[in-house]
Ligand binder design. Structure first.
Ligand code: GZL
Length: 324
């Protein structure tokens, strides 16, 4: 093949890539031997976050990534700055779990403007401000509304009392999982008139804050007999608070949650928690697969949806060894 033919072929590939991506108004991703990849982690204060970061790190070599990871230590503003820094370092691709739906919009827009294909993982942004397939390539993650709905469904099917007094521990204020897990649960549980949500307050997805908030809400609502936590870390914190107050989780109060962490599965096995709907942190392999599809010129579906299992006393022991 002579130089002219090679040049024409490379040009044709480039035009093909550009045409596909530009059809979506998205930056193309040139197929390369190795990719400089940015992963902007929001915080590392719980097993879920730590497992997610490890999943990306463990995928890097097999996916030919020169991986740059940052940790915003719980600050949306710092996460925006971290993304800016990685753009300045010339990353080819950005994987971003936006801590909150609105403050991370500038980061998404900056990456797009810099011609860097961006995939939102695990959390998304305000769809009124940025759209998958236009402002970023796609969202890789669970259906958080469905997670909340499934917890409510399980509760309605397994609660044996006449009156359910619910305290809800919400995730990080303004985050897509907190918004949607609340919506999914609240809308579904309203169908069963035995239940009343007497309090709903954020524990920021954190175990210790979840415990502190539960202690406070127990004072105000001593008749609580159901706790719905948006994640297992807060559920475990709530169980600690309940036991400190002389309650017996699993007997006089039913704790229900989301994620599927090792501690949650153990609490289910010990009879202290009723259910946890899975929300997997293992995004590395999926991120690799979707990035390669995009580099091959494929149009990526705006939502690459992750399917979630449900863990109860029937199957928790079967899955605890794979948990994080
Ligand atoms: C869900 C993820 C949530 C987890 C929490 O994709 O964003 O954040 O449910 C984590 O445990 O902090």
């Amino acid at each position: 093949m002579n130089r002219r033919t090679i040049l024409m072929s490379v040009t044709a590939i480039g035009l093909a890539l550009t045409s596909v991506a530009s059809a979506q108004g998205l930056p193309p991703l040139e197929k390369k031997e190795r990719y400089k990849v940015g992963f902007s982690q929001m915080e590392s204060n719980n097993p879920w976050r730590i497992a997610e970061t490890k999943s990306f790190v463990d995928t890097a070599e097999s996916c030919n990534w020169d991986l740059i990871t940052t940790d915003a230590a719980g600050s949306a503003a710092k996460q925006v700055a971290d993304v800016e820094s990685m753009i300045a370092q010339g990353i080819d691709v950005l994987f971003l779990p936006p801590r909150e739906e609105k403050p991370l919009i500038p980061a998404v827009k900056r990456a797009q403007a810099a011609g860097i294909p961006t995939f939102l993982v695990d959390r998304s942004v305000d769809p009124n401000a940025a759209v998958a397939g236009e402002d970023f390539v796609a969202f890789l993650g669970s259906d958080f509304i469905d997670q909340g709905r499934r917890v409510a469904e399980w509760l309605s099917e397994n609660f044996e009392g006449d009156k359910g007094v619910i305290v809800q521990l919400e995730g990080t204020t303004g985050s897509s999982p907190a918004n949607d897990r609340k919506k999914g649960f609240d809308d579904a549980i309203a169908a069963d008139d035995r239940f009343e949500i007497v309090a709903s307050q954020t524990g920021d997805f954190a175990r210790d804050l979840g415990r502190q908030v539960m202690e406070t809400l127990l004072q105000a609502h001593p008749d609580v007999n159901v706790v719905y936590a948006h994640n297992d870390e807060m559920a475990i914190g709530a169980i600690q608070a309940l036991e400190l107050a002389g309650r017996t989780p699993g007997e006089d109060v039913l704790v229900v949650s989301i994620d599927g962490t090792r501690d949650a599965l153990q609490a289910i096995i010990d009879g202290k928690m009723g259910v946890t709907v899975e929300s997997s942190p293992f995004f590395g392999p999926l991120a690799c697969e979707v990035m390669n599809r995009y580099a091959d010129g494929e149009t990526i579906e705006p939502w690459v949806q992750v399917q979630d299992r449900i863990f109860t006393a029937e199957n928790a022991a079967d899955h605890i060894d794979e948990a994080y």
